[in-house]
Design a protein around this ligand. Structure first.
Ligand code: ADP
Ligand code: MG
Length: 729
């Protein structure tokens, strides 16, 4: 009977590179053709309707129902021109994926004909039957309605003949059931707080918004090999597999030449993305074999998040056309690097200033330092929330595993910036400063730009690193919706800027000059938060020890980390800013726990099945061959030769038996633990049980399987091996 693994490998070796049609026009000619953007709105909408959308986007104004009809009809006309037959509200429920339900534009007219119809009310609001989306107990069964409502700040787009309208998703009682609702609220909170602070620096600023540039890492696996691995298919990661003799030791994959089949895939998904107005710009190989990265030009955070969600969907589809499967899982393969999604984050003003970019004169540098130090304080005060926002069953494998930022939240600033902070910290206040010192200080502030633009001062082991004109939140998981960390970061920053404003105001009222008041408050913040600054190697053991001495927490398991979602500080933060209510937070917390438990449960079941149905039978077959072989030796050899030669075989037999019985016993014990865990009522207790009592079996069972993989006849092994999955393309 042929082993599926060999059929799969044959299929892979016979693959041809998919031909991708090169468009005859420049990228700029097709960029955004599938987006109902500014330009298209201008030509498809009346002046009145256009202005209504504009002010909804710019000032967050509600759209008038009557005008919504005009907008809907313009949007429909454009979409039909782009070949759309259907429309859908496109939203981001707490499953982490995106959701859509398609309806056709056409409507029978009653006289045998039909016309394309799309009313304002269908654009603005819909009521999807949403009872099976996670809600964490918010939606009672008797009131299972959920609403989606248009988010005009993210433009509609056409994909696969369907007009997609980005929307928020809330319950009948108005509670958020998605990522977008709290994100938009956190954006508003940040805007308000930052605008207030900007009064100290530049009165012309009317809007401040967060910018996000994500870097998406992923693996590509051939479709046939993927299908021969139930673990990849059902859990997105390999639950077994001995390390390949060669993987990433030689660092020969990073930035290496991209294989032709992969280039064809990249080219096609980038083209599709560009048509959707997603400014994908960078592509390269990553550290692990078959691992790659793509990054766009940064955008306003809400749009950037929609684009990341969309790009992941596009990549998944295009990968299949190229007979690949894309893995967004944080740790698809043991012992080679996992995947992250770095979130480059900054604040920008409507006057075109990046607030985390060093200025050209002492005054703008004070503004720069204020925003950097406030970011630092925000991260310091809400580090547990930030960690919780990026923790998941998948990311749990990466954080603190010597390849990704540790589960200790610290901030990297770089030597120049640290020098600056030291000067501020050690400075006496302006009143007590000699004129010389004052000039020296101003000069130091003035020197920042040239020095900081030196890009070599980078740290790739810090979870939160300053990179010259932005912070890079590097600990985010590759499969995550960026909204979760961005909601946390925006809110922490908004809250911090509010505090900063009142702290400065208080000193001004006491009679201090504005700049000195700012200076003093910043100095106080530096002293309060400097324990979070770490510029050394974040992956090292010294840092773990040092962080402990500094009193920084190091939490790398989901149930403990997630407690921060419902801590007093988090509830206060989100309630004060009106981003999420206590009930909404509790619901989100429940959902995270539930998701974690289900994921570990599925992994545990899949591993159990693979071990019992594949690994043990294969091991027994091989054992029988060895037994036959020993029997034959006994017939042929004299006693002395037999003892010597069969001895080794008998030893191997024993080793195999040992692994088989270990696997059996452990699978049984794991099932028992699962049964115990499943009976636990409290979701939190259950999560602890899954994390402490079930999850460790995944590792210990796998160890035996991986050992068997090295002993058993290669021809009998049913699952594609690491060396095949990771290197064949
Ligand atoms: P690296 O791998 O060196 O960090 P990349 O070029 O891969 O650099 O990614 C850098 C990302 O940072 C890009 O997505 C880029 O658009 C983004 N970025 C640059 N400036 C900003 C900013 N002001 N705000 C947010 N993101 C930014
Ligand atoms: Mg980066």
């Amino acid at each position: 009977m042929p082993v599926l693994r060999f059929k799969a490998m044959e299929e892979v070796l016979n693959r041809t590179v998919r031909k991708v049609e090169l468009p005859s026009v420049k990228t700029s000619d097709y960029y955004g053709v599938n987006v109902f953007n500014h330009q298209k709105m201008q030509s498809y909408l009346s002046k009145e309707a256009f202005q209504e959308v504009e002010s909804a986007v710019k000032e967050g104004k509600k759209i008038d129902r009557a005008i919504a009809n005009q907008i809907a009809s313009g949007m429909k006309a454009w979409a039909v021109d782009r070949g759309a037959t259907h429309y859908t509200h496109w939203f981001q429920p707490l499953t982490g994926a995106t959701a859509e339900k398609h309806d056709a534009f056409f409507e029978p007219t009653g006289d045998g004909g039909a016309l394309e119809n799309f009313q304002g009310e269908l654009l603005v609001q819909q009521e999807p039957d949403a009872s099976s989306f996670p809600n964490g107990g918010i939606r009672n069964t008797f009131e299972a309605r959920g609403y989606t409502a248009w988010d005009p700040s993210s433009p509609a787009f056409v994909i696969d003949h369907t007009l997609c309208i980005p929307t928020i998703f809330v319950s009948y009682t108005g509670e958020a059931l998605d990522y977008k609702t709290p994100l938009l609220k956190s954006n508003a909170a940040l805007d308000n707080a930052a605008k207030k602070v900007m009064k100290f620096f530049d009165k012309d600023v009317k809007k401040v918004y967060a910018t996000l540039g994500w870097e998406q890492e992923y693996f590509l696996v051939d479709e046939a090999l993927f299908h021969a691995r139930p673990d990849l298919m059902l859990t997105g990661r390999t639950l077994m597999g001995h390390a390949s003799a060669k993987d990433q030791q030689l660092d020969d994959h990073y930035f290496g030449a991209i294989p032709e089949r992969v280039t064809a895939f990249m080219y096609e998904f980038e083209m599709e993305s560009l048509k959707l107005g997603i400014p994908v710009k960078t592509r390269h190989n990553e550290v692990a074999p078959n691992q790659f990265e793509c990054a766009p030009v940064f955008e306003e955070v809400n749009l950037a998040i929609d684009h990341n969600q969309l790009v992941m969907a596009v990549m998944e589809r295009v990968a299949q056309k190229h007979k690949f499967r894309i893995l967004f899982h944080e740790k698809p393969f043991a012992k080679v690097n996992g995947s992250g999604k770095h979130n480059n984050w900054s604040l920008a003003t409507d006057t075109g200033v990046n607030l985390l970019s060093p200025g050209k004169n002492p005054k703008s540098n004070l503004r720069f330092l204020a925003f950097v130090i406030n970011s630092m304080k925000a991260v310091h005060d809400h580090s547990s929330l930030l960690r919780a926002s990026i923790m998941s069953a998948g990311n749990e494998h990466r954080l603190g595993a010597n390849e990704a930022p540790p589960a200790i939240i610290s901030v990297f600033l770089g030597s120049r910036l640290n020098e600056m902070l030291k000067i501020i910290e050690e400075s006496v206040t302006e009143k007590k400063m000699s004129p010389d010192k004052k000039t020296e200080l101003k000069m130091d502030i003035g020197r920042i730009p040239e020095i900081l633009l030196d890009n070599t001062d980078r740290n790739r082991t810090s979870p939160f690193a300053f990179t010259g004109n932005r912070f890079e939140f590097r600990a985010v998981g590759s499969s995550q919706n960026c909204a979760s960390p961005m909601i946390a970061l925006n809110s922490a920053m908004a809250n911090q800027l509010n505090t900063f404003y009142s702290d400065v105001q208080e000193l001004i009222e006491k009679g201090l000059k504005k700049d000195e008041a700012i200076f003093q408050v910043l100095k106080k913040y530096i002293i309060e938060t400097k324990k979070i600054i770490y510029d050394g190697n974040g992956y090292s053991d010294e840092w773990v020890k040092e962080a402990e001495k500094r009193g920084l927490s190091n939490i790398s398991d989901v149930p403990t980390a997630h407690a921060a979602f419902i801590s007093k500080e988090t509830v206060k933060l989100f309630e004060d800013l009106k981003v999420l209510s206590k009930r909404e937070l509790e619901a989100r917390y429940e959902i995270r726990m539930e998701t974690y438990n289900k994921k570990i449960q599925i992994e545990s079941r899949v591993l159990g099945d693979m071990a019992i149905n594949h690994i043990i039978p294969t091991a027994i077959k091989y054992q029988n061959i060895l037994i036959e072989n020993v029997r034959g030796m006994r017939d042929l050899l004299d006693d002395k030769d037999f003892d010597r030669q069969a001895g080794l075989q008998l030893k191997t037999l024993k080793i195999i038996s040992g692994h088989i019985s270990n696997i059996r016993e452990k699978v049984d014990a794991m099932i028992t633990e699962r049964k115990i865990a499943n009976k636990i009522e409290s979701e939190l207790e259950k999560t602890h049980a899954y994390s402490k009592d079930v999850k460790p079996f995944l590792e210990s069972i796998r160890r035996h399987i991986d050992k068997l993989e090295m002993i058993i006849d290669d021809e009998m092994w049913t699952f594609p091996k690491y060396r095949e999955i990771l290197f064949i393309s």
